[in-house]
Design a protein around this ligand. Structure first.
Ligand code: G
Ligand code: G
Ligand code: MN
Ligand code: NA
Length: 255
């Protein structure tokens, strides 16, 4: 496929950028966290979705270089936001399971970059998926441990869609659960989805984890989640992923 070759030049030609989507405190409306989401502006095709090119980057191994770039850019950005907006701002970075294979992540250089930027580990959340936790090889738990020891938080993305046993939540010392948007979409009409969200929130809190609901698009969804005790919301209701300069730092919680 042509995209494979294009992906190789895209790196050199700086065709990638990062959009950020706020992660909103559902009690206060404050925004002290944001998820970094990569964007590719292809010279001919225009904007190509990461859903289309991340799998190619994974298959070709390019995800390692791309992931390094995303991390470095996101850390630069959070350094700026911690100076100008809030000293505890956190940026949440998606890390592909492929990056954990064969020591794809040079963890020492990631930590060195953090300290060069003056950002403590607490400034970063690493978003992983359930599948990664089931990977017994590749010293996944050792690599996650290195992140944890540096203060970096762990967030379990797309929660509820994978097959992980709940015991992994404790074993890997996860900080945040992100309820997959498929459970949020029909929250107002499907009692089963509301029940699942309630159960996830109660279980997470019992284990000392915070919860982020993804794909919040309506005030009704937001209100149900807030009433269920969900800590944070993310979705088009609050803001679409956008360039860093457009980050809203506080959002109204009513109406
Ligand atoms: O941003 P959405 O807009 O289209 O992202 C689509 C998919 O791509 C999501 O599953 C998201 O987690 C993934 N994605 C976005 N940015 C990155 C990134 O920097 N690294 C990895 N590994 N996945 C990403
Ligand atoms: O897999 P991950 O959860 O990292 O990816 C998040 C994806 O969800 C991105 O593609 C992002 O653009 C998208 N997204 C964010 N908010 C909403 C929303 O409110 N509705 C929908 N449909 N997608 C959203
Ligand atoms: Mn994510
Ligand atoms: Na997700």
């Amino acid at each position: 496929m042509r995209l494979i070759n294009d992906l190789r030049v895209a790196m050199a030609e700086k065709q990638f950028s990062i959009h950020y989507q706020p992660i909103v405190d559902l009690r206060t409306g404050q925004v002290h966290k944001a998820e970094a989401l990569i964007r590719w502006r292809h010279p001919v095709e225009g904007l190509v979705s990461p859903a289309d090119f991340i799998p190619i980057a994974e298959e070709t191994g390019m995800i390692v270089e791309l992931g390094d770039w995303v991390f470095r850019e996101a850390v630069k950005q959070v350094a700026a936001w911690r100076r100008t907006h809030h000293p505890q701002f956190q940026v949440s970075v998606n890390v592909s399971p492929m990056q954990f294979r064969n020591e794809g992540i040079d963890q020492a250089s990631w930590l060195a970059h953090l300290s060069a930027m003056g950002v403590p580990g607490q400034g970063v959340l690493v978003e992983i998926t359930e599948g990664l936790l089931m990977d017994a090889g590749h010293n996944v738990s050792g690599q996650l441990q290195v992140f944890r020891q540096a203060g970096i938080g762990l967030s379990l993305d797309d929660f509820g869609t994978g097959y992980s046993s709940l015991s992994y939540l404790k074993k890997f010392d996860i900080d945040f659960l992100k309820i997959d948007q498929s459970f949020v979409r029909n929250l107002t009409t499907d009692p089963d989805d509301m029940a699942l969200c309630n159960v996830i929130i109660v279980m997470a809190h019992t284990l000392g984890l915070k919860v982020v609901a993804e794909g919040v698009e309506t005030p009704a969804q937001r209100d149900l989640l807030a009433a269920a005790g969900c800590d944070y919301g993310q979705g088009y209701l609050f803001a679409r992923p956008a360039p860093a300069g457009e980050m809203p730092f506080a959002l109204p919680m009513a109406g």
